[in-house]
Write a protein that binds this ligand. Structure first.
Ligand code: PLP
Length: 341
């Protein structure tokens, strides 16, 4: 079975399991786990920030990162397809007590003009005040879209001009970095808070890191514990993340080639379903046209390839460490045939 539902389905490799076994550990609620501390420092440094906080999920890092910038009753602004808006179970409202407004985008691509149109900083006693803008790079539901560094910089300047925060959901920032060659630090420094995932393309079983100033991260530690997210000998998990940085980061370029192969195979059958040139990283979004997406995903699974039906007419395939480019090409042919027949 070729599983392209998500890049979260990877299993830890033997080398990664070995690293987990060998990790020195301590109680992380006491900030005494040396492997967790090493990971937090390394990621903070990579992203040009003072400090990091290792958490169980990307969602938790986004919840904490946004909450550091937005008080209850204020709003965060993001795009209509953002993971924080669509896929975090309403946590930002339900848990943090903040509201959200969204701007439109094509394939998740950030545009300064759309952000500028919608923000309402210090809106006074009548309207909700915008306290932060959140962006996603790469953009998941947009199809692995890379945000141009110029646009990210311009929106950052807008936020600074208006005294509001700037959060990056960088669950797949690694993919943007590998695809563009833009340094992780060059991305990271634009933002007040950044979250990155290790359980996506990097292939670790669990874990994300939030980075920011030392002061913000100290606050985030309290908020994390309040959510029940304090953990103890988490170094066994941090070791997998360190291993992924050392051994898996370099393979993301292969995932991008495999995604392109998948898209080309689909487009060879149904050109209108996907534009292979628009596939920038490891996510392929397919427009099923008039056909409903769910039965096609079911039929593909019966024939040996799993993909996600993420909307009534939208299929998503994500490439990762545990599939080859040949697997992906084959799966693309299969999905293409199902779409055309
Ligand atoms: C996966 C993902 C997250 C975090 O997801 P978790 O399952 O909570 O780790 C956040 N943002 C984006 C864009 C993602 O793709």
């Amino acid at each position: 079975m070729i599983d392209l539902r998500s890049d979260t389905v990877t299993k830890p490799s033997p080398g990664m399991r070995q690293a987990m076994l060998a990790a020195p550990v301590g109680d992380d609620v006491y900030a005494e786990d040396p492997t967790v501390i090493e990971l937090e420092q390394r990621v903070a440094q990579l992203l040009g920030h003072e400090a990091g906080l290792f958490c169980v999920s990307g969602s938790m890092c986004n919840i904490l990162g946004v909450r550091l910038l937005v008080e209850p009753g204020q709003e965060v602004v993001c795009d209509i397809q953002a993971h924080i808006a669509r896929a975090e179970m309403g946590a930002h409202g339900a848990v943090s007590g903040l509201t959200m407004r969204t701007f439109p985008s094509s394939r998740g691509r950030l545009q300064l003009a759309e952000v500028a149109k919608i923000i309402a900083p210090s809106a006074g006693p009548y309207l909700v005040s915008t306290a932060a803008v959140a962006v996603e790079n790469t953009h998941n539901f947009g199809g692995g879209t890379i945000q141009p560094i110029e646009e990210l910089t311009a929106v950052g300047q807008l936020c600074r001009d208006h005294g509001i925060g700037y959060h990056l959901d960088g669950a797949r920032l690694w993919n943007a970095h590998v695809a563009t060659g833009v340094a992780l630090e060059a991305y990271g420094r634009l933002f007040d808070t950044v979250s990155v995932c290790f359980s996506k393309g990097l292939g670790a079983p669990v874990g994300s890191v939030l980075v920011s100033t030392a002061e913000n991260i100290a606050r985030a530690r309290v908020l994390r514990k309040r959510l029940g997210g304090g953990w103890r000998q988490a170094g066994v998990l941090a070791a997998a993340c360190l291993y992924a940085l050392d051994h898996h980061l370099q393979w993301l370029a292969d995932d991008h080639v495999a995604a392109r192969a998948f898209a080309e195979a689909v487009a060879a059958c149904v050109p209108a379903a996907v534009e292979p040139d628009a596939v920038e990283t490891n996510v392929v979004v397919i427009d099923t046209g008039a056909a409903p997406a769910a039965p096609i995903a079911v039929a593909a699974a019966e024939r040996g390839a799993r993909v996600s039906a993420l909307g009534p007419h939208m299929i998503r395939a994500v490439t990762h460490l545990d599939v080859t480019a040949e697997d992906c090409e084959w799966a693309g042919q299969l999905v293409g045939k199902l779409l055309s027949g």
